[in-house]
Design a protein around this ligand. Structure first.
Ligand code: MN
Length: 233
């Protein structure tokens, strides 16, 4: 007799500001080195390097409910668990070869997120020319807060991203420092993947990334969006 066919859990969802409905997550694309000063701290050249992308599975998302300090389990296999504060874009429409000028039509809203990284494992993978999943795609590696429905046209370059650890500011920059804009990221990604409703894009982190340990609390805020607070446990 054949073993029982597995029954999958429901798709992960994220809260939406001021709505009871939840945003279903299909998958998450992440752009690497999208702020010049962070590209330099990671050994890249922001003038020359084209954008590159990696992914996290939907199941790696950790929904952070508004106003709730959320436990973030310290992952196994690392001694260097890094935070990367990021603006997250949520798509409600998909497509292939999306023009930069049309990209805004695909955006449902924006949220505050973290691209949590086992930096030591990522570094080893880079050195050996291996894939990045073990460093980037782990369980709970994508905490994301409530999505604010947002017109991209209303986004301003002076919106600030800030991350504190136990109240000490570690990352602080404005969106003006992004190398590749959100429309450019959507246009480029859609040349390689058919984007789908429910896809997320983690848009890169500013300089100042660093490690956290058990017991520390991270607070991430982006102007006009709902902030997130996570305690590493
Ligand atoms: Mn990142």
């Amino acid at each position: 007799m054949a073993p029982a066919v597995p029954v999958l859990e429901a798709r992960p969802t994220l809260p939406i500001v001021a709505l009871k409905e939840r945003f279903p997550v299909r998958r998450a694309f992440c752009i690497g080195r999208n702020y010049a000063a962070h590209a330099i701290e990671m050994g890249g050249d922001p003038e020359k390097d084209p954008p590159f992308f990696f992914m996290k599975p939907a199941e790696a998302m950790l929904a952070v409910e508004p106003g709730v300090t959320t436990d973030l389990p310290y992952p196994p296999g690392t001694k260097d668990f890094h935070f990367e504060a990021e603006l997250v874009v949520a798509l409600h429409a998909g497509g292939k070869n999306i023009a930069e000028a049309d990209a805004h039509r695909h955006v449902y809203g924006l949220a505050v997120g973290l691209d949590m990284t086992r930096r030591d494992l990522q570094g080893e993978a880079k050195k050996l020319g291996r894939p990045w999943e073990i460093g980037k795609a782990g369980d709970f590696s994508g905490p994301v807060g409530a999505i604010t429905p947002f017109e991209l046209g209303a986004m301003t370059r002076d919106m600030a991203v800030q991350l504190t650890v136990d109240g000490v500011v570690k990352q602080k920059a404005t969106l003006a420092h992004m190398i590749w804009s959100i429309p450019q990221q959507i246009a480029i990604l859609s040349q390689y993947f058919e984007l789908r409703p429910g896809d997320l894009i983690f848009t890169g982190t500013p300089e100042g990334v660093g490690a956290v340990t058990r017991g520390q609390t991270m607070h991430v805020e982006i102007d006009r969006l709902t902030s997130i607070t996570l305690k590493v446990v």
